[in-house]
Design a protein around this ligand. Structure first.
Ligand code: G6P
Length: 482
C-alpha cells in the first residue's frame, strides 16, 4: 500500500473545502475517521490510487491540526482552520455571501470586508499546501465555490501544473454577480485554471461574458484568451452519481426489507410522497409542504391513505438564515399536522436528521412520488439517486425546472416552485398517472443516468484537462477499473 503524501510526491491532487472523511469519536473515546459517503470520492478513488493521488481539505472541526494520513488507501492531507476562520471564511464568506449570491439571491447575501480577508487567507493556505505536495507537472483539480482564488494563487507558485476548477453550484447571471465588491478578484482567481467547469452551459456562458465585460479579456465561445498567450476554457460537465452502485444497493435484500418495513411503519398507505434535502433555503421545502398540505385540506389526498415523508438533513446550523429556516419549517409542519393529522396519521412525517446511504436507498424504494422543488440548485443529486433506485421503472419524479438536473431528467413532472397551484397540479398528475406513463418516463430517465454516471463525469473533466496544450505537465495514468 502507498504511504503518506510527502512534499512533491502527488501526481494528482484533489483540493476541496472538506476532506472526504468525518471526525468521529468511538464508544471507547478514541478519535477516528469515517468515510463520508459521496459520489465524488468513489468516482475519483480508482484514478487517485493509480496516480499517487492526494486529497487536500479541512477536517470539518476548528483548530484540528492533523498530520497527513492514509484512510482506506486514500492519502488525505488536512488543512486546519481556526474557530474565527470557520466563522468568517466558512459560515461567513462561503455560506453567507457566495452561497445566496450564486443561488439567485434566494436569501440576501451579506458583504463584509473581514469575511473577504478570511476567504483570501484560507484560499492562500490551501494553495500553499497544494504547491507543496504536487509533483513536477502534476494535475490539481480544485473543487467548488469555497476555493475560487486557489487556481490563480497556485499558478503563481507552480506554473508547471495543470490546474482544473469545477463549480458544483450555479454560477449566477451577470447582473447578480456584479453586486460582489470582489467580483474582479474572483474572476481572476478562477482564470488561473486551464479549464473552469460548470454544471450547465448557461453558467459557463455567464462566466465568459463576465470575464469579457469585467476583466476585459478577449473571448470566443468557450475560450478566454489571456494577454500572456495562455487560454482558459469554460465548459459544462454536468455531475452525476454512482448509478450502478445505487441500483445494486437498492436491489439488495436488506434494502428491500427495510423499504417494506418503512411502508409498514407508515401504515401501508396507498401513496408515499418523499422529499430529502439538506435543510437549506434554496431547496424549496416550504412551498412544497404548503402545496401538499393544501391538497390534503382540499380532500385530494387523505391522511388515511397518503403521507408525505420529509427528511431534512441538518446543515450549517450556526448560520442565521439556516436557523430561521429551521424554525419556519418546524412551525409549518406542526401547523399542518395539527390541522390535518389524526392519531397515528400525520399528514407529514418529518425528520430532521441525516441517514446513511442504505437508509436513503430504502426511502427511495418506499416512495411512490419523489418531490424535488428547489428554487435554484446546481444539479440535485437526490433526484438522480431516486431514479437510480427505481429499477422496476416505477415511481414518479416531480422536479423543479430550476434544478440543474432538469436539463437531463426531461421526463420528470416539471414544476416552478414559486407557483403553488402549478405544483399542486403536477403532484396530482403524477399521483394519478397510469402505470404505462410512469414507466415510459422513468425508463427514459434511467437510460440518461446509466449513460452519464459520476465516473464518466470525472473522466470527461480530467480527459479535457489532459488535452490542455502548453504546459509541461505529465499525463495521468487512466484508472484500471475492474
Ligand atoms: C453543496 C456544496 C458542497 C458542500 C455541500 C455540503 O453540495 O456544493 O461544496 O460541501 O453542499 O455543505 P457543507 O457546508 O456542509 O460542506
Amino acid at each position: 500500500m502507498r504511504g503518506v503524501t510527502t512534499s512533491g510526491s502527488a501526481d494528482l491532487v484533489i483540493l476541496a473545502n472538506r476532506l472526504p472523511v468525518d471526525r468521529v469519536r468511538s464508544a471507547d473515546g478514541t478519535l477516528g475517521w469515517r468515510r463520508s459517503p459521496g459520489g465524488l470520492v468513489s468516482a475519483l478513488e480508482p484514478i487517485m490510487r493509480n496516480n499517487d493521488g492526494a486529497w487536500i481539505g479541512w477536517p470539518g472541526v476548528p483548530d484540528e491540526d492533523v498530520e497527513p494520513f492514509v484512510d482506506e488507501g486514500l492519502s488525505l492531507v488536512p488543512v486546519p482552520m481556526s474557530a474565527q476562520e470557520v466563522e468568517e471564511f466558512y459560515e461567513g464568506f462561503s455560506n453567507g455571501t457566495l452561497w445566496p449570491l450564486y443561488h439567485d439571491v434566494v436569501a440576501k447575501p451579506e458583504f463584509h470586508r473581514e469575511w473577504w480577508d478570511s476567504y483570501v487567507a484560507v484560499n492562500e493556505r490551501f494553495a500553499e499546501k497544494a504547491a507543496e505536495i504536487a509533483a513536477e507537472g502534476a494535475t490539481v483539480w480544485v473543487q467548488d465555490y469555497q476555493m475560487q482564488l486557489v487556481p490563480r494563487m497556485l499558478r503563481e507558485r507552480r506554473p508547471d501544473l495543470r490546474i482544473g476548477f469545477y463549480l458544483h453550484i450555479p454560477f449566477p447571471p451577470t447582473e447578480l454577480f456584479q453586486q460582489l465588491p470582489w467580483r474582479r478578484q474572483i474572476l481572476e482567481g478562477l482564470l488561473g485554471a486551464d479549464i473552469v467547469g460548470f454544471q450547465l452551459n448557461g453558467a459557463a456562458q455567464n462566466f465568459v461574458r463576465l470575464v469579457r465585460q469585467r476583466v476585459g479579456h478577449k473571448t470566443h465561445r468557450d475560450t478566454v484568451y489571456l494577454p500572456d498567450g495562455r487560454t482558459v476554457q469554460a465548459r459544462a460537465f454536468p455531475i452525476s452519481i454512482d448509478t450502478r452502485g445505487f441500483e445494486e444497493l437498492a436491489r439488495s435484500e436488506s434494502v428491500t426489507q427495510r423499504a417494506a418495513q418503512i411502508r409498514e411503519a407508515l401504515g401501508n398507505p396507498k401513496t408515499v410522497l418523499l422529499g430529502i434535502d439538506r435543510l437549506d433555503y434554496t431547496k424549496g421545502i416550504y412551498p412544497r409542504l404548503r402545496a401538499y398540505s393544501e391538497l390534503v385540506a382540499e380532500g385530494r389526498f387523505s391522511v388515511d391513505d397518503a403521507v408525505f415523508v420529509q427528511v431534512a438533513t441538518p446543515s450549517r446550523e450556526r448560520v442565521e438564515q439556516y436557523r430561521v429556516l429551521r424554525d419556519d419549517i418546524d412551525r409549518l409542519v406542526g401547523r399542518i399536522n395539527g390541522d390535518l393529522g389524526r392519531i397515528g396519521q400525520p399528514a407529514i412525517s418529518y425528520m430532521h436528521s441525516s441517514f446513511p446511504r442504505h437508509e436513503m436507498a430504502a426511502l427511495y424504494r418506499a416512495a411512490d412520488i419523489m418531490v424535488v422543488t428547489p428554487y435554484r440548485d446546481g444539479m440535485n443529486l437526490v433526484a438522480k439517486e431516486y431514479v437510480a433506485c427505481r429499477y422496476d421503472n416505477d415511481g414518479a419524479l416531480v422536479l423543479s425546472e430550476f434544478a440543474g438536473a432538469a436539463e437531463e431528467l426531461r421526463q420528470a413532472w416539471r414544476v416552478n416552485p414559486y407557483d403553488i397551484n402549478g405544483m399542486k397540479a403536477a403532484i396530482l398528475e403524477a399521483a394519478h398517472a397510469d402505470d404505462r406513463e410512469v414507466t415510459r418516463r422513468m425508463k427514459a430517465m434511467r437510460k440518461t443516468i446509466m449513460e452519464h454516471d459520476v465516473a464518466g463525469w470525472a473522466a470527461a473533466f480530467l480527459g479535457a484537462l489532459s488535452e490542455v496544450q502548453g504546459t509541461h505537465s505529465k499525463t495521468l495514468r487512466p484508472s484500471r477499473r475492474s
